[in-house]
Design a protein around this ligand. Structure first.
Ligand SMILES: CC(=O)SCCNC(=O)CCNC(=O)[C@H](O)C(C)(C)COP(=O)(O)OP(=O)(O)OC[C@H]1O[C@@H](n2cnc3c(N)ncnc32)[C@H](O)[C@@H]1OP(=O)(O)O
Ligand SMILES: O=C([O-])CC(=O)C(=O)O
Length: 379
């Protein structure tokens, strides 16, 4: 047994996986051998889900069956909607509301209590239900919080278009649907990132899929992980409102010991390939709207961070301005990340169950070992 301490588990191999491969020096990401560039351009989110869960790209009829079965599962039980309403009216943080709702979804899931938690077919069906319902929860929460009534899901729209329809009460145009669908594809999986690992740890105890996804939602929300996309946009708005030069603003932030959201990564030593694609989306949306202010501000910060800190943008840096220019409320950027990443979480949980061993690392104990106990009335 090695006593070498790897803080943050950096570089530690804990599993074999054939889901996604990251080359952190080359800035390359593939899902099951397909480059993220090809998938973002050519495949829908539903197609990528099928690829992750079933191991290969679907044929047209497989995709049609898969996507329509998932679309049929979009509605959530009234009791869950009531919880979502209560949480929205109580001004709950969106990621906390999503975590609570995902947990409650299990109470209304068809899966019989006591079934084998590792049953692959049951989990694929359950995974489809969870993935289908998460967008409904996020859209309903957002609308109620903003003083509107939820919009019921439609089965005839794609996963991406249906979410934007439920959020805005109107169908998105083709450009918005495509940009959003690409964002979902780009966020679907990323090796053993923290939230995925959290889902794996939970499932390694033979806890059920809803528990694993609930753990993962909780883990994604932190500012060092998925929560960074919201922080990026809040930072850019602060820069804008400060009327300072963006580079000066960032210099001051770094001088004050702050981290710049959307930069740095545990695995990438170069620009995240997803950030490359999203920066193009961000620029195109700005150009279409006749205002590239957010894109230009982001590029100025990117150049400065590269020169001064040797840090490159991660996926969260350009998703922020992409979503902002689509009119999406800033505090649901991380729930949207979850809406995509749930596909990866489920795929990794399926892998975990296939070849399970309890995940249980050790800490090096550095406390005392020979204290003399003092009874409470003598302390
Ligand atoms: C989807 C995702 O989860 S992508 C990541 C989203 N998170 C963010 O964007 C938050 C900002 N980024 C960070 O905090 C980090 O880069 C992380 C958490 C992503 C990676 O963390 P780690 O791999 O543990 O790197 P670590 O925190 O040790 O940082 C290494 C060095 O780079 C610096 N650094 C890393 N990221 C940043 C940043 N965004 N701003 C300023 N400095 C940074 C650290 O201060 C540290 O410097 P030091 O060695 O002089 O102390
Ligand atoms: O891989 C990571 O550590 C974080 C990340 O980029 C992701 O989860 O998409």
């Amino acid at each position: 047994m090695s006593d070498e301490l790897k803080k943050g588990l950096e570089g530690v191999l804990v599993a074999e996986s054939d889901l996604s491969y990251i080359d952190g020096d080359e800035g390359r990401l593939v899902y099951r051998g397909y480059t993220i560039e090809d998938l973002a351009r050519e495949a829908s989110y539903e197609e990528v889900l099928y690829l992750l869960w079933h191991g290969e790209l679907p044929t047209e009829s497989e995709l049609e069956t898969f996507a329509s079965a998932m679309a049929e599962e979009r509605a959530v039980d009234d009791a869950v909607l009531e919880t979502v309403r209560d949480l929205a009216e109580a001004d709950e943080v969106p990621m906390a509301a999503l975590r609570t709702a995902v947990s409650e979804l299990s109470a209304f899931d068809d899966a019989a209590d006591g079934e084998d938690p590792t049953d692959r077919e049951a989990n694929l069906a359950k995974g489809k239900r969870i993935t289908a319902k998460i967008p409904t929860v996020i859209a309903a929460f957002t609308r109620i919080r903003d003083g509107a009534e939820p919009v019921a899901p439609r089965e005839d729209l794609s996963h991406a278009a249906n979410f934007l329809y439920m959020l805005n009460g109107e169908e998105p145009d083709d450009v918005m649907e495509d940009v959003f669908d690409q964002a979902l594809v780009l966020h679907a999986d990323h090796g053993l990132n923290a939230s995925t690992f959290s889902a794996m740890v939970t499932s390694s105890t033979l806890a059920d899929l809803h528990s694993a996804v609930t753990s993962a939602v909780g883990t994604l929300g932190g500012s060092l992980h998925g929560g960074a996309n919201q922080n990026v946009m809040e930072m850019l708005k602060e820069v804008d409102e400060s009327a300072k030069d963006p580079v000066q603003w960032v210099t001051d932030a770094l001088d004050n010991g702050k981290r710049v959201a959307g930069f740095g990564h545990r695995v990438y030593n170069v620009k995240d390939p997803r950030a490359k694609i999203l920066s193009e989306q961000s620029e195109e949306l700005g150009e279409a709207a006749g205002d590239t202010k957010w894109y230009e501000m982001s590029v100025a910060i990117e150049e400065y961070m590269a020169e001064e800190k040797g840090l490159a943008p991660n996926v969260d840096f350009y998703s922020a301005t992409t979503y902002y220019q689509m009119g999406i409320p800033i505090d649901i950027y991380t729930p949207i990340f979850a809406m995509s990443r749930v596909g990866g979480w489920i795929a990794h949980v399926l892998e975990q169950y296939e070849d399970n061993r309890l995940i249980r690392p050790r800490a090096r104990y550095v406390g005392p070992t020979d204290q003399t106990f003092t009874p409470i009335d003598e302390r």
